[in-house]
Write a protein that binds this ligand. Structure first.
Ligand SMILES: [Zn+2]
Length: 299
C-alpha cells in the first residue's frame, strides 16, 4: 500500500519538475534498462517488449501491435548499442505480441514461436464470449522458425514451451542467462486479472501450473518480465501461484456441484484479492468456462 501511495504522490511532483513535453529524443526514454544491452521497451498503450542489443542488431521478445511497429523499429534502433532487428520471439499468438511480424517478416527477419502459435496465426480465430475476430496473418508474417519443446540461440539465450496452457497452448518463455532475465509473456499477468483464452487452449489450471513451472526456471535474483505491468521477482510468482491455486480450487468445487459461470461470479471466489486486482467478473467467467473445456467429462 505504501509503495502505491508513494507512486501517486510522486507523479505530480515529477510533472512539475519537467519542462513541457518534448518528443522522445531517443529510445532510452521509452525503455527500462535491465543491463547494458537488455531493455524493457514500453510504448504507449502497448504490451511490454524486451530488446537485447548486440553486434548483429536487436533481438526482440514480442513486438507490440501492428500500429506500433514503425515506432518500435525506430525506438530499438535508438537504444544504446541499438540497430535493426534481426530476430523476434512471439511468446503467443495474440495481436498485442505479433503486430510487428508483418513488417519484420517482409524484411526477411527470423520470427521464432512455438508451433501451436504458428498454427493459430495461420487460421482465423473468433472469441465466442465477445465475438472478437482475429484474421490469420499472411504467410510472410507467420513465424518462420518454430519449435515444440526447447531451443537455444548461439548467444546463449534459451527458450521453451510452457505446456501448462496458462494463456494459450503456444505459450513460451525466453531466458537470458547472462542477465538472469526471464521473459514470460502473458503466462504471468503483472497488471490486473489475466485473459483466460480458452478458445486457443488457455485455462485456470494452466495458470497455476505455469506459475509453478516458472518457479523451477527462476531463482531469487531472476527478473521476470510479463507481457503487462512491472518487472517481477520470484516472490511475486509464488504469491500469484497461491492466489490462483485458491481460485482454481473454489471454481472446480463449484463445477463439481453443477454450478455455472454466472453462479461462480455471484459467489465471489476472488473476493479477498479484488481490492488489489480489480473487478474480477470477466476473469471469473472465462476461468470457469475454461474448466468446462478441461474438466467436463463430455467436453
Ligand atoms: Zn495474450
Amino acid at each position: 500500500m505504501g509503495g502505491a501511495a508513494g507512486l501517486v504522490l510522486g507523479a505530480p511532483v515529477r510533472g512539475l519538475a519537467q519542462a513541457p513535453a518534448q518528443p522522445a529524443p531517443n529510445g532510452v526514454d521509452a525503455a527500462e534498462r535491465l543491463d547494458d544491452a537488455l531493455f524493457v521497451v514500453r510504448l504507449p498503450g502497448e504490451a511490454n517488449i524486451l530488446a537485447e542489443t548486440g553486434a548483429d542488431g536487436v533481438l526482440l521478445v514480442d513486438g507490440g501491435s501492428a500500429g506500433a511497429s514503425e515506432a518500435l523499429v525506430k525506438t530499438v534502433a535508438a537504444l544504446p548499442g541499438g540497430g535493426p532487428v534481426h530476430t523476434i520471439f512471439n511468446t503467443h499468438w495474440h495481436p498485442e505480441q505479433t503486430g510487428a511480424n508483418d513488417l519484420l517478416g517482409k524484411a526477411g527477419k527470423t520470427i521464432i514461436a512455438h508451433e501451436n502459435t504458428r498454427l493459430w496465426l495461420s487460421t482465423d480465430v473468433t472469441w465466442p464470449w465477445n465475438g472478437r475476430r482475429f484474421k490469420r496473418l499472411p504467410r510472410i508474417a507467420q513465424p518462420n522458425k518454430t519449435f515444440y519443446t526447447t531451443g537455444a540461440l548461439d548467444t546463449g539465450v534459451r527458450y521453451g514451451h510452457i505446456p501448462d496452457a496458462a494463456h494459450t497452448d503456444g505459450d513460451m518463455f525466453v531466458y537470458f542467462p547472462k542477465q538472469n532475465v526471464l521473459a514470460v509473456g502473458d503466462v504471468v499477468s503483472g497488471q490486473g486479472w489475466p485473459v483466460v483464452d480458452w478458445t486457443t487452449g488457455g485455462w485456470i489450471g494452466g495458470i497455476v501450473g505455469g506459475l509453478q513451472r516458472l518457479q523451477t526456471l527462476a531463482n531469487e535474483e531472476t527478473r521476470i518480465v510479463p507481457a503487462r505491468g512491472p518487472v517481477l521477482g520470484l516472490a511475486d510468482i509464488k504469491a500469484q501461484a497461491e492466489m490462483y491455486g485458491t481460485i482454481y480450487d473454489r471454481l472446480s468445487q463449484m463445477l463439481n456441484r453443477g454450478r455455472g459461470p454466472g453462479e461462480a461470479v455471484a459467489a465471489g471466489p476472488t473476493k479477498e484479492f479484488d481490492a488489489k486486482m480489480g473487478n474480477p467478473d470477466e476473469f471469473v467467467r472465462r476461468a470457469f468456462e475454461s474448466l468446462w473445456a478441461y474438466l467436463s467429462p463430455d467436453a
